[in-house]
Design a protein around this ligand. Structure first.
Ligand code: ADP
Length: 332
């Protein structure tokens, strides 16, 4: 049996958040790179699907790559690269566009939400926002991926990827592995501290409800101490009735790790204040080494360039034969 292949990505649409870290990056570092052949990609093409500033996308791509290394991805163990450096993604995306339907795309929850936001902006909705999940499917399928470690918000897109892989294989012959999403057990969806009904999103406007990986400790502390809690006073894990408190419990349980469940954590606190303080301390300690290493790594741009060049080279070698087979299978 061959080694499990893992693929996951991060969009350079903003500064990485605690949600990205707990929902995805931390497992890439602690587990995935050790147990599988794992590829982690800064998916910069996806950042062009909504109004963007070219210089900012370029800057955020580099920052995302340096942060992944700072978080502990080891280029000796895994492949770290930038999506636009590897042409196979867009080559394959076109074939998959010929496999998918427009109604499938319009059903995607993220499309509906983001398209509504963009329509308000006046410049119209970019066609690439509609076809975004197809490019994401190409990202995944190009590598024969078995597992896609992502947060909850991406599971619908991975379902679509599975459908497209199966459909392509049935119509044109066995080319693609059918992957599966592997969301984390805890903190699969970290919510905004000021608005626990919406997810903590890096692409959202910056507010005190979003904790960024590069926030200074006192900023992290202030944001968490000011988190919106609920009108009750009992610390209980109930995401429906007590979304604010439950979000903090998710974050704290995830920081503690080791399979601790958020409802177990709840029993240890008699007040919201005590829970917030403990959570703030835990998050500060969790992020401290990442922030420190990021300062070192970002001071050495040649190192980052070298990692990304080697990563792209390996990614290309892995993707090209499979994408070439797909071209032949579909009739080209
Ligand atoms: P964002 O939505 O913040 O722009 P990306 O789309 O780049 O993030 O997603 C990168 C990874 O982080 C994905 O695996 C995604 O599921 C995960 N993720 C993003 N936001 C959260 C969150 N609030 N909680 C948990 N995981 C998240």
């Amino acid at each position: 049996a061959r080694t499990t292949r893992i693929f996951s990505g991060i969009k350079p649409t903003g500064h990485l958040t605690l949600g990205n870290y707990l929902g995805a990056v931390r497992r890439w570092v602690d587990e995935d790179q050790h147990r599988a052949d794992a590829l982690f990609c800064v998916v910069d093409l996806h950042a062009l699907t909504v109004a963007h500033d070219p210089a900012r996308v370029r800057r955020l791509s580099r920052q995302a790559a340096s942060l992944l290394l700072a978080a502990g991805l080891d280029p000796e163990r895994c492949t770290v690269f930038v999506q636009s450096h590897v042409d196979e993604h867009t080559r394959l995306a076109y074939l998959l566009e010929c496999t998918a339907t427009d109604s499938e795309m319009r059903r995607m929850i993220q499309y509906k939400e983001k398209a509504a936001r963009e329509r308000g902006g006046g410049d119209g909705v970019r066609l690439s926002l509609l076809t975004y999940p197809v490019l994401m499917a190409a990202d995944i399928l190009a590598y024969g991926t078995d597992e896609v470690p992502v947060g909850d918000d991406q599971t619908q897109h991975v379902e679509l990827t599975r459908d497209l892989a199966r459909r392509f294989n049935e119509r044109y012959g066995q080319v693609f592995t059918v992957p599966r999403a592997t969301p984390p057990a805890v903190a699969a969806r970290v919510m905004d501290l000021q608005d626990p009904a919406s997810k903590m999103g890096k692409s959202h406007a910056e507010t005190s409800g979003i904790v960024y990986l590069l926030d200074e400790p006192d900023v992290v502390r202030r944001k968490i101490m000011r988190a919106v809690t609920d009108s009750g006073s009992v610390v209980a894990y109930d995401r429906e009735a007590q979304p604010g408190v439950s979000n903090l419990l998710d974050v704290l349980a995830a920081c503690w790790g080791g399979g601790v469940r958020p409802d177990e954590v709840a029993g240890r606190f008699g007040s919201y204040g005590a829970l917030k303080k403990e959570t703030a301390d835990a998050v500060v300690e969790l992020l401290r080494p990442v922030r420190e290493r990021h300062a070192e790594i970002s001071a050495d741009p040649e190192y980052v360039d070298g990692v990304l060049a080697a990563g792209a080279e390996r990614a290309r070698q892995l993707a090209r034969p499979r994408v070439d087979s797909a071209y032949r299978a579909i009739g080209l």
